[in-house]
Design a protein around this ligand. Structure first.
Ligand SMILES: Nc1ncnc2c1ncn2[C@@H]1O[C@H](COP(=O)(O)OP(=O)(O)OP(=O)(O)O)[C@@H](O)[C@H]1O
Ligand SMILES: [Mg+2]
Length: 141
């Protein structure tokens, strides 16, 4: 992966998502950051679709955790906004998912504190100059 991509459409976001998806291994944690509407869910959809998920990825805001079984990995999409700390995060099965080799895509990951493993991926989204342009940046926590 490059550290930074400038994309000009949803299709280009999906292309970056596919490239990233191929790097992921069981037990990986992906910390998603960026403003409302910047593209976190759209990117996650691209990964799930590349892995052969059967149902569409929608925002997990109201359910905290959504499981997406795919042909490749169990993708677990979490939105921790409504949680407060690590103890809360443990109650939604964080450790069980990792033990099962799931790949976690996490929004509002700061709630998870020290549960975020060293070397977790951080993917940050920001709006670009036009309506469909976005900047996607990859780093390790
Ligand atoms: N290049 C692009 N990449 C991703 N999304 C784009 C792009 N261009 C336009 N969009 C649109 O921007 C919106 C991104 O919404 P999305 O739900 O993915 O954002 P989000 O970061 O998950 O927001 P939220 O924090 O509200 O959950 C979608 O409506 C999508 O169609
Ligand atoms: Mg979202």
């Amino acid at each position: 992966m490059k550290e930074r991509y400038e994309v000009k459409s949803v299709e280009e976001t999906w292309k970056v998502a596919r490239e990233f998806a191929d790097e992921l291994r069981p037990g990986d944690v992906v910390c998603l950051g960026g403003d409302l509407g910047a593209g976190k869910t759209t990117f996650t959809q691209g990964v799930a679709s590349h892995w052969g998920a059967k149902k569409p990825v929608t925002s997990p805001t109201f359910c905290l955790v959504v499981e997406h079984p795919t042909d490749k990995h169990l993708l677990v999409h979490m939105d921790l906004y409504r949680l407060h700390d690590e103890d809360d995060v443990l109650t939604i099965g964080w450790e069980d998912y990792l033990a099962r080799g799931a790949v976690l895509f996490v929004e509002w990951w700061d709630r998870a504190g020290d549960l975020i493993p060293p070397n977790a991926w951080k993917v940050s989204f920001s709006l670009g100059d036009d309506e469909e342009s976005r900047v996607i940046e990859f780093s390790r926590i």
